[in-house]
Design a binder for this molecule. Sequence first.
Ligand SMILES: Cc1cc2nc3c(=O)[nH]c(=O)nc-3n(C[C@H](O)[C@H](O)[C@H](O)COP(=O)(O)OP(=O)(O)OC[C@H]3O[C@@H](n4cnc5c(N)ncnc54)[C@H](O)[C@@H]3O)c2cc1C
Length: 434
Amino acid sequence: MTRPDGLPAKTDVVVIGAGVIGLSVAFALRKEGRDVVVLDRGRAGGGASHGNCGTLTPSHALPLAQPGVISKALKWMIRRDAPLYVQPRFDPALWAWLLKFAGRCNEASVRQVGAAKARLLIDSRVRLRDWIRNEQFACEFEERGQLAVYRDDRTFTAHQANADLLREFGIRIEARSGAEARRMSPGLRADVVAGHFYPGDAEIRPDRYVAELLAAARSLGVTVLENTAVDGFVQEQTRITGVRVEAHEIGAKQVVLASGVLAPQLAGKLGIKLPIQPGKGYSVTFTAPKRAPALPLVLRERAVCVTPWASGFRLGSTMEFSGLSERLNPIRIAALKRGAAEYLEEPCGPVELEQWYGFRPMTFDDLPIIGPAPRHEGLWLAAGHGMLGMSLSAGSRYRIGSTDQSSPPSTPKMRSRDMNMLQMSANRPIAMTT
Ligand SMILES: Cc1cc2nc3c(=O)[nH]c(=O)nc-3n(C[C@H](O)[C@H](O)[C@H](O)COP(=O)(O)OP(=O)(O)OC[C@H]3O[C@@H](n4cnc5c(N)ncnc54)[C@H](O)[C@@H]3O)c2cc1C
């Protein structure tokens, strides 16, 4: 079989997946002098990194697995427009994952995971800003914070405990009255009763950010090949020495698995079980309405995220555990618009530009899986970034990079039965050796 154009016989590092995670890893490694080839089965940036909400949010450090979530999810199983939906179907892997998730719905775990994630998020937030500034990425980056708004005093009160916990982790949070929230972001309806302002949060236009990262990586000499699916690994006993693309091999000193929600499929070929399930989310993008919010918003009771940019306006969210279903469910899009209309005087822009869905790579404990594979030398994992892959992206390379190990964010020690890969590798410095 003829070798496809541009497919090298060997390189230094192969990165599988050109989403925000794979590209961040590739960009950072190239900056450190490594030769990097990135392979993507489709279009670079065409996966979950395309139409997400683009908020950079250390304020979202607490996991989805919280006390009370399971009973809510069970109630919502009969509501097709619920913000969190588990499709009732026979899927042993999903139910095993949900069982582990349920085991994490307690205060001790929320604290433990929140502390670890806050450190990663704060670290990544700073690195992202530095990359954007230094490389002059045109991606509508704004550091104006985020405002969560409430229509019900009881929801606001219920969120106080989480706000206090986040403050312990170093996240700045300012409580606002309804009137103050409206002054900060005109266009909020009169029945918004309170808000939480997170001054440390920021936003980007995600598709533009990824396009800029891709261009920067290429201009530094990273080879990025699209429509090039990796089918498996080349190995010498337990050492990974390359990847396979159809009948061809690419030799590499290291391979980084950054294929998002599909990472378990490839890892499975090596007997590695990655605890990742697709958490399907939706977004709808408009041209900017006249009274667009002045800040990114979280519409708390409806769990809708609103991101206003100069170039447009996006409503996004919903978490659906329905496998890798490729259906763009109109009920979900309608629920986003209906939710926004409860909080915003002008919930939609004049022209609808795009309806979209993407799969968040969700781990049961909401911690990403970053570091060397436990039993396969030469293989590195960078997957499972869940609801916060944009926010965690620049920090994810940090734990994979070879030289910069100053004050790495540490993560908690956990009992072995609770471990995911992050915790396995977290309490020792990680250096990618050549
Ligand atoms: C509705 C929604 C809103 C969100 N909002 C936010 C937000 O506001 N802030 C935030 O931080 N995060 C947000 N996220 C989460 C974020 O989008 C993801 O965490 C992030 O995009 C994951 O990046 P990734 O690179 O791991 O995956 P992807 O972007 O999916 O990239 C993985 C790539 O791997 C490729 N691939 C897969 N298998 C192979 C193979 N065998 N060979 C070669 N290539 C392969 C795929 O084609 C894909 O391009 C949101 C997600 C959704 C769905």
